[in-house]
Design a protein around this ligand. Structure first.
Ligand SMILES: NC(=O)c1ccc[n+]([C@@H]2O[C@H](COP(=O)([O-])OP(=O)(O)OC[C@H]3O[C@@H](n4cnc5c(N)ncnc54)[C@H](O)[C@@H]3O)[C@@H](O)[C@H]2O)c1
Ligand SMILES: O=C(O)C[C@H](O)C(=O)O
Length: 349
């Protein structure tokens, strides 16, 4: 029997923008549920724990593999007692990483250090680049066909690092590598709903570019439900707030890390969309940072149609306002240099 918490999670998934909520209404024991294995690397962290909870609540997950270098047994034991379908296994220490990954359909990576006040996401590069590289090396070995959802920052560099690691290993499939930018969309939706005074559950706002500062470009000109109640100043303020959303949380947490709960929610929404795509649900569209030809940059976040093989189609930007066109040109040099930094690191190490 499903709990009311689960029902509200399901309704959140339904409202998230993926047009396939009906799947979440199936009973856990449905014979039609295909086996889907999800692995979370960094599962005992600030994001990892609530994300593990949310993936345990997702009825599309049959096996949930939780891996961290510290604290996994407790998290896995705790989450495993929840009476939902997914069978939970915990894996601690590097020797168990292979087992954690074997057979995974989706690997979600929130492993790595978060920001403290005063830091940029790029300041995390020196530590997180190495973590991501070693985890991706293991993915190439143990589950080369898995879809990878990269959460670890700086996403603008960690995704290119992952691509190079997979290329070196001969396993790169550009359709299966995603930088998770869903939190930018979640924020843009929340902030827009508040300003435009429209029901938040009905709001959609594409967010393109990358995942750091000005590289985050919300397209409020395409927001739905549309409103003409917002002037240029309000759009600028909404754009700034979306771009600085992460910093807002880092400062409020005052040294105790960055967004974890909203990120876990966003990560769960994106993984759910990937699962639905894998299961053949049509018309699943989310924004994500992927290999792209939408601009001259090799990786770029835009709307992506998800399918049985991961990316089915990278969608174009659509019509932009003059303000957004300027934002797009302004973000390109910074985004390109973060991409190149990731590629250079992976090639040199
Ligand atoms: N993409 C986004 O929108 C977004 C949003 C929020 C945070 N983040 C990023 O996510 C990352 C994690 O944030 P957090 O708040 O959960 O940090 P955290 O410190 O609370 O948790 C990180 C976890 O990673 C684990 N870890 C470290 N090295 C590992 C390794 N080699 N293998 C497996 N696990 C390892 C740690 O033991 C820890 O449990 C940060 O880089 C942060 O910047 C991204
Ligand atoms: O801001 C951060 O450092 C974490 C994350 O990228 C966020 O957007 O919240």
């Amino acid at each position: 029997m499903r709990t009311s918490l689960l029902r509200s999670m399901e309704s959140a998934f339904r409202r998230s923008g993926s047009r396939s909520g009906h799947l979440l209404h199936r009973s856990f024991a449905s014979a039609a549920t295909p086996e889907r294995r999800v692995a979370i690397l960094g599962a005992a962290g600030g994001i990892g724990q609530p994300l593990s909870l949310l993936m345990k609540l997702n009825p599309l997950v049959t096996h949930l593999s939780l891996y961290d270098i510290a604290g996994t047994p407790g998290v896995a034991a705790d989450v495993s007692h929840i009476n939902t379908l997914a069978e939970v296994k915990g894996f601690a220490a590097e020797q168990q990483l292979g087992q954690a990954l074997e057979g995974a359909d989706i690997v979600i990576i929130p492993a790595g250090v978060p920001r403290k006040p005063g830091m940029t996401r790029d300041d995390l590069f020196n530590i997180n680049a190495g973590i991501v590289k070693s985890l991706c090396t293991a993915i190439a070995k143990y589950c080369p066909n898995a879809i990878v959802n990269m959460i670890s920052n700086p996403v603008n560099s960690t995704v290119p690092i992952a691509s190079e690691v997979f290329k070196k290993a001969g396993t790169y499939d550009e359709k299966k590598l995603f930088g998770v930018t869903t939190l930018d969309v979640v924020r843009a939706k929340t902030f827009y709903a508040g300003k435009a005074k429209v029901p938040v559950a009905e709001v959609n706002v594409p967010v393109v570019g990358g995942h750091a500062g000005i590289t985050i470009l919300p397209l409020f000109s395409q927001a739905t439900p549309a409103t003409n109640a917002l002037g240029d100043e309000e759009i600028h303020a909404l754009t700034k707030r979306t771009q600085d959303g992460g910093t807002e949380v880092v400062e409020a947490k005052a040294g105790k890390g960055s967004a974890t709960l909203s990120m876990a929610y966003a990560g769960a929404i994106f993984a759910d969309a990937c699962l639905k795509g894998l299961n053949g649900v049509p018309d699943i569209v989310e924004c994500s940072f992927v290999q792209s030809t939408v601009t001259e940059l090799p990786f770029f976040a835009s709307k992506v149609r998800l399918g049985k093989n991961g990316v089915e189609e990278v969608l174009g930007l659509g019509p932009l306002s003059e303000y957004e066109k300027r934002g797009l040109e302004a973000l390109k040099p910074e985004l390109m240099s973060s991409i190149e930094k990731g590629i250079k690191f992976a090639k040199a190490n």
